[in-house]
Write a protein that binds this ligand. Structure first.
Ligand code: FEO
Length: 401
């Protein structure tokens, strides 16, 4: 049964939600599900913008069939070739073989790689700035390489001011009936997932996102239709400001992320004590996480939000505890930079975690390490409380108020 929605006089959402998938990209937990958005423009010509993941192919194809209502499909615009958006392309073209596929030259190549030469032969490459007039609408193609794959482009409907933005401006989280961000509590319910999506999926490509934002600044955008999550038609400046910040790795808040690893609770106790001392020092926004109990994608998202990081870890096999090593590797992969970082280590006989964490951080750009590093032996000794307080005070002193 179809389940499509009208967005504008000629434009329809033909996507669907997946609430069964546990791991997006077989990697990121999505307890709130995800939406795969695709859009159908019914003009003098009929145009589908992207397809969907295999998981929701049935409702997607029924949506398209229902809305076409016997008309042919003239064009399929492929903005992004990652299979969560192109997996259904073959099935779609089997049903509407006359459709002309439009995409970048790199995407044509990828169509061949994913589906073989016969399907690639149906695709025609479009160039930067090229337009397609569909009757009442003119669509402009704008390349957006590495946001998030090299073949990506976005499509701009010049008349309605709608930007079909591919992965950009997307979010984890299925859509609960409402499609528009202004109809739901985006800042409360979606923002952590939108940030986590950005930081983990696109975070590394900040320069390329900034390049897209620069191109977008020249357009009269009145709505943003991403491939995942809510659609934007109000308060676009708020969303664009978030993207400006994230693309330059600027923190959103003056806040301290305390991420600790702990085998038997002793490093945890030191980290919790430090959090309390931070609160007593006047720090308002503190978020404490056990890296073994929190998915690393959440920690990466939080690191994009917070201006300050405290990393606390035991020494393990002469180096850094593996779960903390994993976090550091993910932060580096996401290109994190411009943070103030404090270190706390534990080591019962030869503490080496701080040295290892420092080495990892030195591989990232513009990370300011605090002078105070607290090193505990097995457990926090009462005599070390002044050192922990000094660290809290130094941290608090570097926070802007
Ligand atoms: Fe939602 Fe890069 O795919």
């Amino acid at each position: 049964m179809y389940n499509c929605r009208k967005l504008l006089p000629d434009l329809y959402w033909v996507g669907a939600n997946d609430r069964r998938l546990a791991l997006f990209e077989n990697l990121f937990p999505i307890p709130r599900g995800v939406s795969y958005n695709a859009y159908l423009l019914l003009d003098e010509k009929t145009v589908l913008l992207d397809t969907v993941d295999h998981a929701v192919s049935r409702v997607f194809l029924e949506n398209v069939e229902h809305l076409l209502n016997g008309r042919g499909l003239d064009y399929v615009i492929v903005n992004h070739m990652e299979p969560d958006h192109c997996a259904t392309l073959q099935a779609l073209l089997a049903r509407w073989p006359e459709a002309q596929v439009l995409c970048t030259a790199k995407a044509v190549q990828m169509i061949g790689q994913f589906f073989g030469p016969a399907l690639a032969a149906k695709a025609q490459s479009v160039a930067e700035g090229q337009t397609l007039c569909t009757g009442r609408h003119t669509l402009r193609f704008i390349t957006a390489p590495m946001v998030h794959w090299p073949e990506v482009m976005v499509t701009f409907d010049e008349g309605d001011g709608v930007l079909f933005s591919a992965d950009a401006f997307g979010s984890f989280g299925a859509l609960d009936g409402h499609l528009f961000a202004d109809e739901l509590d985006f800042a409360g319910r979606f923002l952590p997932d939108a940030r986590r999506y950005y930081a983990n999926i696109v975070g590394k490509y900040g320069a390329q996102v900034a390049a897209l934002l620069k191109k977008a600044a020249g357009l009269d955008i009145r709505a943003i239709c991403p491939l995942h999550g809510p659609i934007w038609r109000k308060n676009l400046d708020w969303l664009l400001e978030k993207y400006q910040r994230w693309s330059q790795w600027q923190p959103e808040e003056q806040a301290v992320l305390v991420a600790y690893a702990s085998m038997y609770g002793n490093t945890a106790e030191a980290a919790e004590t430090l959090a309390g001392l931070l609160a007593e020092a006047g720090v308002q926004k503190i978020a404490v996480y056990d890296v073994s109990a929190t998915d690393v994608s959440e920690l990466v998202g939080e690191a994009f939000r917070c201006s300050h990081l405290v990393l606390a870890a035991p020494t393990y096999n002469g180096g850094v505890y593996p779960k903390m090593e994993e976090l550091l590797a993910h932060l580096k992969a996401a290109g994190l930079q411009k943070r103030t970082v404090a270190l706390l280590e534990n080591g019962s006989w030869a503490p080496a975690a701080a040295k290892g964490m420092r080495a990892a951080l030195e591989g990232m750009k513009e990370m300011a390490l605090l002078e105070n590093t607290v090193s505990i032996k097995s457990s926090l000794a009462e005599g070390q409380l002044p050192a922990l307080k000094a660290l809290a005070d130094e941290l608090a002193g570097t926070l802007a108020r």
